[in-house]
Design a protein around this ligand. Sequence first.
Ligand code: ZN
Length: 424
Amino acid sequence: MSSRKLRRKTVSLGEAYGLTFHPDRPTRESAAKSIYGLLGKDGEIFASALRNICNDWLNVCDTRKYPSPMEASLIANDIDRRTIDNLMWTVEKNTGLYQQYLRLRAKVMKLPKLGSHDLFAPIPNAPKMKFNYETVRTQIMKAYSRFDEDYAFAVRDMFARNHIDSTPRIGKGNGAFCASWLEGKTAYILINLSEALIDVYLLAHELGHATHAYYYTRSQTILNCGVSGFSARDFPKIVAETGSIFGELLLTDLLLSQTASNEERKAILCGVLDSASVMFRATNLAIFEQSLYDTIKHGGYLDYRTICKLWVAARNKVSGDAIEYFDEDEARWTDVPQFYMPNFRFYNYPYTYAQLFVYALYRQYLEEGKGFVPKFKKALSAGCSISPVEIGQIVGLDVTDVHFWERGLKQYEDFVIELEKIAV
Ligand SMILES: [Zn+2]
């Protein structure tokens, strides 16, 4: 808590969210406390919405004779329950690794302990790694080409055709998105590039989507490409991010090979681990969501206080004592939009699956070298024509093996160890 006097200011919710990433710690603290303090005041309204959605979903599951509230999500992702149970169990068993990273991040930020408002804060005194459009283009092209010249084709083509709308301007939406290749037509990417490292990663990610789509739209019919409104089904979320997360790893590989400065390495590794830690944050959400249904089934009533207690229990299970929370943080579940999607439950664990699956793929690449490339292209080319389990088999990975998920976690651990060596 800072003793510095803060100026009162009224801002929109969107601006307040922006301030939660502010370099100044008291500003982040004030923004986070304001947002969740205010949302918490309307807590019973949010509780009423969530309670009704969860109760309704249990009725839907009964009617459809689903064995669990997760079943619809398992069907959408074309995956079996045991594989997801193994995944969750492995991540829950390894939350110590996440907590180890959180303590290292605190050390890098020169804090005794991370606060909930420090999780995505910029690293203080990090070297200014500025990128303009040309250097972004060169670095991403290089990262993809180092993997395989032919694999970089879609990336090269996207730049050559000028199909990347990268300039921020008035009237343009924010965020980043790739409208994929279809029927031989090229993709388009919308992004707002600043000069920051995080945006280079964002573009490497979106170009991974373009590359993935380049392969499957040339190998599959429109029915197997996951195109909404056309395909037999949407692309399973657990494999839809394969090309994109792999692209981020290729960029990491390049950037770490280029920099000798420990300060730059710290910034790169913290960025990578912040992003990869989605697997733990998503597990937190999945544990919480499951606890909502369990409470109803045991005759409990989901009022605001009860839901907050469930939220705190799930969050503490994952982050342990590595994060210091404010009282207002118990309301953080109120603004997670996925919890209010009535017909799409368990939106969360696919993020964990995707991250660990691609990390396992990347380790396979490190072990096999160039021999991995054709198998990976074949896996990307499969689109939705085969199940995620079969996609894993193409590259020699068995996601149904109880120990499989440890492979991906090992890669996360390697990044943590790298950071530990220089986190002073
Ligand atoms: Zn993506």
